[in-house]
Design a protein around this ligand. Structure first.
Ligand SMILES: NC(=O)C1=CN([C@@H]2O[C@H](COP(=O)(O)OP(=O)(O)OC[C@H]3O[C@@H](n4cnc5c(N)ncnc54)[C@H](O)[C@@H]3O)[C@@H](O)[C@H]2O)C=CC1
Ligand SMILES: O=C([O-])CC(=O)C(=O)O
Length: 329
């Protein structure tokens, strides 16, 4: 067993994703069964007591890998020495709130968190932003952490990726493990593009295996892209356990790598690949090797895919320009 605990900071720890996430981190599902973790929980002052309650329950599980829990409402304390930062806490959209208001409220959260990561994080820090709008929140944090390599800031589209795997496996009556090279492109929003043209099912292109363009356009893409809203409609609350599961998958893959002959989806800083403006945090097909995510290169993009990627990236550009206009980056 690696004896030095890894410092894992979770923001929004008292929220519903936090509750679904913390117990699995402490039981080894983030970094593996041989890596002890020290949890740092960051919450707003009004929710610190609830986070303390969760910490009591974590204690009561007597997890062998859990080396300690600290709870704070101060970002600097929360990110001091952090190795893995899971930025879950965010300001949800409330009634009558415009997109600009939402971006502005979240800027007030992700700017100081980026600064705190810049000031105190460990050299190997890896940051995953889950809180919405995830891509742009990640961009804000990254822009305020100039001393941290930009590639260490990522946003979560792994839930969208897993949703797409599930929908396709049902359609084709195959196991999710038979599906490889699926991609979510763009923003974690309804404009995202789940791509079946590069995906493979038992060696055949997924789009060809489906052989039903109407299903692909009229059912598959909207079902995946609007799944978050469908869960809210059904549950009265947004996805929590599936989001927590995807966050574990994202970090586990980042650290441990993608299998040979496969890739996954993550929103990472664009290097200009596939016409996505450099610096935007956009979802791409990525492999992970040696602890780094890398954008899969050289895929041919046909007109159908091009139009959808461009539409989602245009939304990311709009969001970036809006936070720029607000002085947040
Ligand atoms: N990227 C993705 O695939 C997904 C993203 N989400 C997003 O994740 C976020 C969290 O979702 P839930 O846990 O369901 O929300 P929630 O409302 O249950 O919990 C959010 C928590 O964040 C805390 N918080 C707010 N501001 C904070 C700050 N400055 N520092 C630390 N904590 C703060 C709140 O006190 C609350 O406890 C939301 O923005 C949601 O939209 C949810 C599902 C999927
Ligand atoms: O849609 C929401 O508000 C929550 C979310 O991001 C998702 O479930 O994908």
């Amino acid at each position: 067993m690696t004896r030095t605990p890894v410092n894992v900071t979770v923001t929004g720890a008292a929220g519903q994703i936090g509750y679904a996430l913390l117990f699995r981190i402490a039981s080894g599902h983030l970094l593996g069964a041989d890596t002890p973790v020290r949890l740092r929980l960051l919450e707003i002052p009004q929710a610190v007591k609830a986070a303390e309650g969760t910490a009591m329950e974590l204690d009561d599980c007597a997890f062998p890998l859990l080396a300690g829990i600290d709870i704070t409402d101060d970002a600097k304390t929360a990110f001091d020495g952090v190795n893995v930062a899971l930025l879950v806490g965010a300001r949800p959209r409330s009634k009558g709130m415009e997109r600009g208001d939402l971006l502005s409220a979240n800027g007030g959260i992700f700017k100081p968190q980026g600064e705190a990561i810049n000031a105190g994080a460990a050299d190997d820090v890896r940051v995953l932003v889950v809180g919405n709008p995830a891509n742009t929140n990640a961009l804000i944090a990254q822009q305020h952490a100039p001393d941290v390599p930009a590639e260490r800031f990522t946003a979560m589209t792994r839930l969208d990726h897993n949703r797409a795997l599930a929908q396709l496996s049902k359609k084709l009556d195959v196991s999710v493990t038979d599906i490889k090279k699926l991609t979510i492109w763009g923003n974690h929003s309804a404009t995202q593009y789940p791509d079946l043209f590069h995906a493979e099912v038992n060696g055949t292109t997924a789009a060809a295996a489906v052989n039903d363009q109407e299903w692909l356009e009229g059912t598959f893409i909207p079902t995946v892209a609007k799944r978050g809203a469908a869960i809210i409609e059904a549950r009265g609350l947004s996805s929590a356990a599936s989001a927590a599961n995807a966050a574990l998958d994202h970090v586990h893959t980042w650290v441990n790598g993608t299998p040979e002959g496969d890739w996954t989806s993550a929103a990472v800083v664009s290097d200009g690949s596939y016409g996505v403006p450099e610096g935007l945090i956009s979802s791409f097909p990525v492999t992970a090797k040696g602890g780094r995510y890398e954008i899969v290169q050289g895929l041919e993009i046909d007109d159908f895919s091009r139009a959808r990627i461009d539409a989602s990236v245009a939304e990311l550009v709009e969001e970036r320009d809006a936070v720029k206009a607000l002085g947040l980056i």
